[in-house]
Design a protein around this ligand. Structure first.
Ligand code: PGA
Length: 244
């Protein structure tokens, strides 16, 4: 099998004003020489989706969204944005089940699976996030938690997975290379047990920075990165993309 193309995706979270779209220009300029097998995506907040798509048009940066509604059809759902709307705005990827949403919005595996399904139905590539808390890791449950989340949050084989240990997000902490390799292998096993062996891509996320990107991307079973804080500044994100 040819190697899977790496995906380096930036998650701007609840940051970003119109003026920050200039970062996309700087990013495009800085990554022009990166090998074409590295896919690059940026997921700004919904308010910037259409402007970001216009800004990135014709280049190699794809735009994604950070969430979609679980319901596919238009309807009376105040405040929600459907996957079809995101696709209509030009988005190509949709992050679903980020641990911040699981923790603060009470998102369950079943809801995450419904969102991933809605994204697929609209032609978006869902990036399904999974990952253990610090308590779960300390209790020796990291692999089991991730396996359970993978099985319950993925509705179909054509999703992208992101392993993001909750305790590594925004903390500057990362698991060891061996720990990441172990969990990626476990996530792959859980995925293959459900869907059969596939070429699913499994991204790593959690404190990916220019200084550790090359090391993290070289780990067995790591097919890319989901980057939060370090995706906000073009210089840092370009350095991570260039490590791919
Ligand atoms: P971080 O966030 O890179 O700031 O740790 C990662 C994420 O939440 O996707």
């Amino acid at each position: 099998m040819p190697p899977k193309p790496l995906l380096i995706a930036g998650n701007w979270k609840m940051y970003g004003r119109a003026a920050d779209l200039a970062e996309l220009d700087a990013l495009a300029a800085a990554i022009g020489g990166v090998r074409p097998e590295v896919e690059v995506a940026v997921c700004p907040p919904f308010t910037l989706t259409m402007a970001a798509v216009a800004r990135a048009a014709g280049g190699r940066i794809a735009i994604g969204v950070q969430d979609v509604a679980a319901v596919g059809a238009d309807g009376a759902h105040t405040g929600e944005v459907s996957a079809a709307m995101a696709a209509d705005a030009g988005a190509r990827y949709a992050i679903v089940g980020h641990s911040e949403r699981r923790a603060t919005q009470g998102e369950t595996d079943a809801l995450v699976a419904a969102k991933a399904e809605a994204a697929l139905a609209a032609g978006l590539a869902p990036i399904v996030c999974v990952g253990e808390t610090l308590e779960e890791r300390k209790a020796g449950q990291a692999a089991a938690v991730v396996a359970r989340q993978v099985a319950a949050s993925c509705p179909a084989p054509n999703v992208i997975l992101a392993y993001e240990p909750v305790w590594a997000i925004g903390t500057g902490l990362t698991p060891t290379a061996a720990e990441i390799a172990e969990i990626h292998a476990e996530a792959w096993r859980a995925f293959a047990a459900k869907f059969g062996a596939t070429a699913v891509r499994i991204l790593y996320g959690g404190s990916v920075k220019p200084a550790n990107a090359a090391e993290l991307l070289a780990i067995d079973g790591v097919d890319g990165a989901l980057v939060g804080g370090a995706s906000l500044k073009a210089k840092d994100f370009a350095a991570i993309v260039s490590a791919g």
